[in-house]
Write a protein that binds this ligand. Structure first.
Ligand code: NAI
Length: 305
């Protein structure tokens, strides 16, 4: 039997934890020993309205089960409110070990019908909300030499979904944020990962048939989050989780073809499309810089021939 994964003595902040996936994450972290800040604006499905009740209800559930939790109704898009939430956690518990950026809502429309306001609102809550919360805990985690940050991305960002250009763009931006923060956090013991969940929540209740939704419980996703938030977490991973199935997703780079600078470069490139599409030598670059190094290395090698 593998060792039980526990979070005793650790403090976790879970945003958007008044319902759905966030609630399941908060309950499990607390059940496994973490003290939890349950954050939720209490917004409707499209992000409108607010109230503390959603977060307070989850705090009551955690306390009833013998755990420790406090509620915050700060909007993740409000830097002052987020700072107050973080200050409160520090006053109460003196540290923050885990941040699960989970809050968000949808404004689905085809790109033709989508207004710039719909686009900005989604980028604001998913991307900027995660940036604001991460920024508020970053120095604390650096000082502690320990931190686990989970960004909630989506298959919509990784692979696209009709009607979700705003949401997909924001969710893929979180992968980009994770790529760089995992590099910058490495020497401070901060590990940053992405979770791409699929779950039956109010966000998805009208998007899939009932028998499919029955399999997609938030509770079947949460073990993926627990792994990414644990002491032995990886860093820079994209973990897809749904219906108890877990898979890793990667941003890869093919070996490529070197054409050089020549008048018929585009024709040469088109003539080599099969080599360009060959995936047998794909790698996951250790940083963006590795890709430019590969390009230059191929150019230098060609020059020597
Ligand atoms: P949900 O709607 O049940 O939960 C989201 C929570 O975020 C709500 O309780 C809402 O009040 C809160 N929230 C919204 N705006 C907020 C703000 N500005 N500040 C603080 N809290 C705010 O949805 P669900 O499905 O649990 O989603 C959780 C996360 O998982 C989201 O980031 C979502 O995009 C992501 N996700 C969900 C998928 C699914 O299949 N359910 C698929 C892929 C990603």
């Amino acid at each position: 039997m593998p060792a039980t994964i526990r979070f005793d003595g650790q403090v976790a902040v879970v945003t958007g934890a008044g319902g759905g996936l966030g609630r399941s994450h908060a309950l499990q972290l607390a059940a496994r020993g973490a003290k939890v800040v349950v954050n939720d604006l209490g917004a409707a499905r499209d992000g409108t309205g607010n109230g503390l009740t959603a977060a307070e209800n989850v705090v009551a559930e955690i306390r009833a089960a013998g755990g420790e939790a406090i509620a915050s109704a700060a909007s993740v898009t409000d830097p002052a409110g987020v700072q107050e939430m973080v200050d409160q956690a520090m006053r109460e518990w003196k540290r923050i070990d885990i941040l699960v950026n989970n809050a968000g809502f949808l404004r689905d429309k085809s790109f033709t019908k989508m207004t710039l306001d719909d686009f900005r609102a989604i980028v604001d809550v998913h991307l900027m909300g995660a940036v604001i919360c991460t920024k508020a805990v970053w120095e604390i985690m650096k000082q502690q030499n320990y931190g686990r940050i989970v960004m909630t991305t989506s298959s919509s960002g990784l692979f696209g979904n009709f009607g979700q250009s705003n949401y997909g763009a924001a969710k893929m931006a979180l992968v980009g944020l994770m790529q760089t923060l995992s590099l910058e956090g490495e020497k401070y013991g901060i590990r940053v990962n992405c979770l791409a969940p699929t779950a039956a929540t109010r966000m998805t209740e009208d998007l899939m048939p009932a028998e499919v939704l029955a399999l997609l419980t938030p509770e079947s996703v949460t073990p993926g989050m627990l792994y990414l938030a644990s002491r032995d977490a990886p860093t820079r991973a994209i973990l897809c989780a749904g219906a108890g199935t877990f898979s890793r997703s990667y941003i890869t780079l093919g070996d490529g073809v070197h054409i050089g600078e020549r008048p018929d470069a585009v024709e040469q490139l088109v003539a080599k499309l099969d080599t360009l599409a060959d995936r047998s030598k794909e790698i996951v670059p250790s940083a963006g810089f590795q890709q430019s190094q590969m390009e230059v290395a191929k150019a230098l090698a060609a020059r020597k021939q």
